[in-house]
Design a binder for this molecule. Structure first.
Ligand code: GDP
Ligand code: MG
Length: 756
C-alpha cells in the first residue's frame, strides 16, 4: 500500500490559509464536517513522489485554548487525530502575533513547518526576514510563500514530506520559560502528570500542565473524568499560584503565560525581521568609523576633545541670549520699581518673583544649546560609543557604561540639570546600576551650582577660576564614582546585571528629532522656574522680610541717617522725619534675591547722591533687619552645627534655600550680604564682599564648594527621583547626601585650616 501522511494546515484567520490550501491541492478537495460541530472540514489529496498527502484545512484560530467551535475543531484535530505534521501559515507581515499559535503547536510536540506567507507584502513594506535564522531560533523549518501567486508551494510540500517522514508524528516539545512564579509549579505539575501518564494521549505532560494553568475547560473536564484525585491536586496547585500571582502581580497565570510567550517571540522577531534602511553599506561605514572613534588610545582622546568642544560651543553661543534675557529681566524689575509705589507688594514682585525666576530663566539658553548638542551626539550614536568605552571603568564602581549619559546631562559637563539627568537613567536596563546612577547623578555640576562655584573661585582664588571649575567638575565625577561604589557595596549590593552593550550604526540626526529632544528636556527646566522657583523665591523673600525690625530700633537707624544727612552739604529737601517711616518699614531689608536694601528702593539717581556715611548706616540697618528676620534666626540657630564646616549664618540661610533649588544659593547670599544686584554674571561684587568678610575664609570656601556639590538634590530633582525609583530612595538621597556633604565639608575645613 502507498505510504500516506496527514498534514494539517493551521493559522490565524485571514493569514491566507484557504488560498494556500487551494494552491496546494488544486481541485482535489473533499468537503465534510468536523465531528460534533457544524464547522466545515476540507481535505485535499496530493501525490508527491511515491507518497500521498492528505492536507486538512483547519479553521482559523489564534490559540489552542478552545473557546469557539472553530477553535475546538482545530484543537481536537491536533490532540486527537495525531497528524504527521502541521503547516502553520503565517502572515509574515505580523510575524510576532502570528507565531503565537506556532509556539502552542510546538509545545504540543506536533512536527511543524512554518509557511511565511504574504512575503510580497513584507517586501513591499521594505522589510525582510532572515529565514535561516528564524529556522534556527524556532527549531522548525520555515519557507517563504506568496499563496496568492503559488510561490513557495513546491518547497513547502517538500519540507512537509521530509518532516512527516523523519519525525513520525512526534517532535521534541518546545519548552520556554514562564518565569520564576510559574516555572516551579509547572515543573511540579509536569512530574505528577508524567508519573501518572495523565492525559498522555492528548499531549506531553508539560503541555497538560500549561493547559491546567491556563484554565482550559475542556482539558480539565477530560482530566476529571480520567483521574479525579490527580485533577483536584493539579487544580489546587493552580489555585494556589493564581492567588499568589493575583496578590503580587495582579495577573492570572493565563496572562503571565501569554506575556512570556510574546516576550519570547518579540526577542525572535527582533532578531529575524530586518529593516532595509539599515543597509550593509551603512553598517560597514559604521564599523570603519568605530575603528577610529572607539580605538583604545585614540577613542578616549577624541572623547575628551568632543566634550571640550561641546563646552566651548555651549558657552560661546549661550552668552548672547543669556545677556539678552538678563537685560530683559533687569528691565522688567526696574520698570516695576519705577512704576509701582514703594511697599511690600513692589518688593515682593521685583525682589521676590522677578529676580528669582529671572535668575533661573537666564540659564535657559545655555541649557537649550547644551541639550541640543547633547541630543545631536546621542541621536548620532556617539553617546553609545562613549558608554561603550567607559563601560569597563564604570563597572569597577558598580555602574554601567550607559550611566555616562545621565551623568553628562546632570552636569558632568558643567551646566546641565539633574532633573532630566535622573529621567535619563531610564535607558539603563539593569535595575541596580540604574538606582546607583540615579542617586549619584545630582553630584554633578548643574547649571544652578555653577554661579556658586564661580563666585567662590573669584573671591578666594582670583585668576584661577577656570582651574577651579575644571577641578570641581572632575571632583564631582570622582565623588559620583566613589559614592556609587559605596552604595553598590552596601545598600544596593548585588552582582552587576550582565548586559551586552549594543553599538547601533551611526545615523545622521534629524533637525526635527533634535528640536523635539531639546525641547522635552528644556521644558522640565522652564517649568521648574515657573513653579517651584517662583514659590521658593517668594517664601525666602518673606523669610528675610518678616518680622520687621522693632519700632524703636528702626527709629534709631532713621535718626542716625537723618543726622548724617544733616551734616552733609545740601540740607535742601531731605526731610528726615518723613523718610524715617519708609525706611523702617518691612521693605527695609526685604531683598530675597537681588537688590540691596535701602539702596535700591530709591531711584538710581538718588543712590549716587547718598554719602558713604549714609550707605554704611543703611547697610547696618539691613543687616540688623535680616538678623531679626525668620531666615536670619534660622541661620543663627544652625550656626552651632555648621561652624565646624566654616559656614557663617548668612551661608546657612543660602544653603537652606538651596534645599529647594540650588539657583537661590547665590542670590540669597547676595541679599544676605546686603549687596547690589547679584546674579550669575555680576558675581564679582558679592565675591569681593565675601573675600573681605572675616567670618569667611579660603578653607570655608573649599568646604562650601564640597558641601554644595554633595548635599541634598534640589526639590524638583527629589520629585523626579521619587517618580523614577520610589519615594524611599528620594528620602534616602536627601538624608544621605546631606550627611555625606556635612562630613566631607567639616573634614575639608579642618584640614585646609591647618594647611592654608
Ligand atoms: P484564511 O482566512 O486564512 O483562509 O485567508 P484567505 O485564504 O481567505 O486569504 C485572506 C486574504 O489574503 C485574501 O484576500 C487573499 O487573497 C489574501 N492573500 C492570501 N495569500 C496572500 C499572499 O501571499 N499575498 C497577498 N498579498 N495576499 C494574500
Ligand atoms: Mg479560510
Amino acid at each position: 500500500m502507498q505510504q500516506s501522511y496527514t498534514i494539517g494546515l493551521a493559522g490565524n484567520p485571514n493569514c491566507g490559509k484557504t488560498t494556500m490550501f487551494n494552491a496546494l491541492t488544486g481541485s482535489h478537495q473533499h468537503v465534510g464536517n468536523w465531528p460534533g460541530v457544524t464547522v466545515e472540514k476540507k481535505i485535499g489529496k496530493i501525490h508527491a513522489e511515491d507518497v500521498s498527502l492528505d492536507i486538512v484545512d483547519l479553521p482559523g484560530t489564534y490559540s489552542l485554548t478552545a473557546y469557539s467551535e472553530e477553535e475546538k475543531a482545530a484543537r481536537n484535530f491536533l490532540t486527537d487525530d495525531h497528524p504527521d505534521a502541521v503547516i502553520n501559515v503565517l502572515n509574515a507581515d505580523c510575524l510576532e502575533r502570528n507565531l503565537y499559535l506556532a509556539i502552542q503547536i510546538m509545545e504540543l510536540g506536533v512536527p511543524l513547518i512554518l509557511a511565511l506567507n504574504m512575503m510580497d507584502e513584507v517586501r513591499k513594506a521594505g522589510k525582510d526576514i532572515d529565514v535561516p535564522l528564524l529556522t534556527k531560533l524556532m527549531g522548525c523549518p520555515a519557507v517563504e510563500t506568496v499563496a496568492r501567486a503559488g510561490v513557495g508551494k513546491r518547497e513547502l510540500i517538500a519540507e512537509a514530506l521530509r518532516v512527516a517522514s523523519e519525525k513520525g508524528g512526534h517532535a521534541e516539545p518546545l519548552r520556554i520559560t514562564y518565569g520564576p512564579d510559574l516555572d516551579p509549579v509547572l515543573a511540579e505539575m509536569e512530574q505528577l502528570i508524567a508519573d501518572a501518564r495523565f492525559l498522555a494521549e492528548k499531549g506531553p505532560a508539560r503541555w497538560v500542565g500549561i493547559k491546567y494553568l491556563e484554565g482550559d475547560a475542556s482539558v480539565v473536564r477530560h482530566g476529571r473524568e480520567r483521574d479525579t484525585g490527580l485533577s483536584r491536586k493539579l487544580e489546587a496547585l493552580v489555585e494556589k499560584v493564581s492567588q499568589h500571582l493575583q496578590a503580587t502581580l495582579g495577573a492570572s497565570p493565563e496572562g503571565i503565560i501569554a506575556d512570556y510567550r510574546y516576550g519570547y517571540l518579540m526577542g525572535i522577531a527582533k532578531k529575524v525581521v530586518r529593516y532595509p534602511n539599515i543597509n550593509a553599506e551603512r553598517i560597514r561605514l559604521s564599523d570603519r568609523m568605530d575603528r577610529v572613534l572607539t580605538h583604545q588610545l585614540a577613542g578616549p582622546v577624541i572623547m575628551a576633545l568632543v566634550i571640550y568642544l561641546l563646552y566651548i560651543i555651549t558657552f560661546a553661543l549661550g552668552k548672547f541670549p543669556m545677556d539678552w534675557l538678563d537685560a530683559g529681566f533687569g528691565w522688567l524689575g526696574d520698570t516695576v520699581k519705577s512704576t509701582m509705589s514703594d511697599g511690600l507688594l513692589r518688593s515682593l514682585i521685583a525682589d521676590g518673583a522677578i529676580a528669582g525666576v529671572g535668575g533661573v530663566i537666564g540659564f535657559v539658553p545655555l541649557i537649550m544649546i547644551m541639550f541640543f548638542l547633547l541630543s545631536a551626539l546621542e541621536d548620532s550614536g556617539y553617546i553609545a560609543r562613549m558608554a561603550y568605552m567607559l563601560d569597563r571603568v564604570f563597572r569597577i564602581f558598580g555602574l554601567h557604561g550607559t550611566s555616562v549619559l545621565p551623568f553628562i546631562i546632570s552636569g558632568g559637563i558643567a551646566g546641565g540639570c539633574a532633573v532630566p539627568g535622573v529621567m535619563a537613567t531610564r535607558t539603563l536596563r539593569s535595575p541596580k546600576e540604574k538606582l546607583a546612577t540615579l542617586l549619584v547623578s545630582p553630584f554633578m555640576t548643574c547649571g544652578a551650582k555653577v554661579p556658586v562655584f564661580l563666585m567662590l573661585a573669584a573671591a578666594f582664588f582670583p585668576g584661577a577660576e577656570a582651574r577651579v571649575m575644571t577641578l570641581v567638575t572632575l571632583a564631582a565625577w570622582v565623588a559620583a564614582m566613589l559614592v556609587a561604589k559605596l552604595l553598590r557595596s552596601t545598600v544596593i549590593k548585588g552582582e552587576s546585571t550582565p548586559f551586552v552593550m549594543e553599538l547601533p550604526p551611526y545615523r545622521m540626526p534629524t533637525l526635527r528629532g533634535l528640536c523635539i529632544h531639546t525641547w522635552e528636556r528644556s521644558w522640565q527646566y522652564i517649568r521648574k522656574a515657573g513653579t517651584v522657583i517662583l514659590g521658593i523665591s517668594i517664601l525666602l523673600w518673606a523669610g528675610m522680610t518678616f518680622p520687621s525690625l522693632p519700632a524703636d530700633q528702626a527709629r534709631g537707624f532713621a535718626d542716625r541717617i537723618a543726622r548724617a544727612q544733616a551734616l552733609e552739604t545740601a540740607p535742601a529737601d531731605a526731610a528726615p522725619a518723613d523718610a524715617a517711616p519708609a525706611d523702617a518699614a518691612p521693605a527695609g531689608g526685604s531683598k530675597a534675591t537681588a537688590a540691596a536694601p535701602a539702596v535700591s528702593k530709591d531711584a538710581k539717581g538718588d543712590e549716587k547722591a547718598k554719602s558713604p556715611a549714609v550707605q554704611t548706616i543703611e547697610a547696618e540697618q539691613s543687616e540688623a533687619q535680616l538678623l531679626n528676620s525668620y531666615a536670619g534666626r534660622a541661620g543663627m540657630a544652625l550656626g552651632a552645627i555648621t561652624s565646624p564646616a566654616g559656614f557663617n549664618w548668612r551661608t546657612n540661610i543660602a544653603l537652606l534655600g538651596g534645599f529647594a533649588a540650588k539657583e537661590v544659593i547665590v542670590s540669597t547670599l547676595g541679599t544676605a550680604y546686603s549687596l547690589g544686584k547679584v546674579d550669575a554674571e555680576e558675581s564679582t561684587p558679592l565675591s569681593e564682599k565675601i573675600a573681605k568678610d572675616d567670618s569667611f575664609s579660603k578653607a570655608a570656601a573649599i568646604a562650601l564648594i564640597a558641601f554644595v556639590m554633595l548635599y541634598s538634590p534640589c526639590f524638583v530633582t527629589l520629585v523626579a527621583m521619587g517618580r523614577e525609583a520610589g519615594w524611599k530612595w528620594a528620602a534616602f538621597a536627601m538624608g544621605f547626601n546631606t550627611l555625606l556633604a556635612y562630613v566631607v565639608a567639616v573634614f575639608l575645613f579642618q584640614i585646609s585650616r591647618l594647611l592654608i
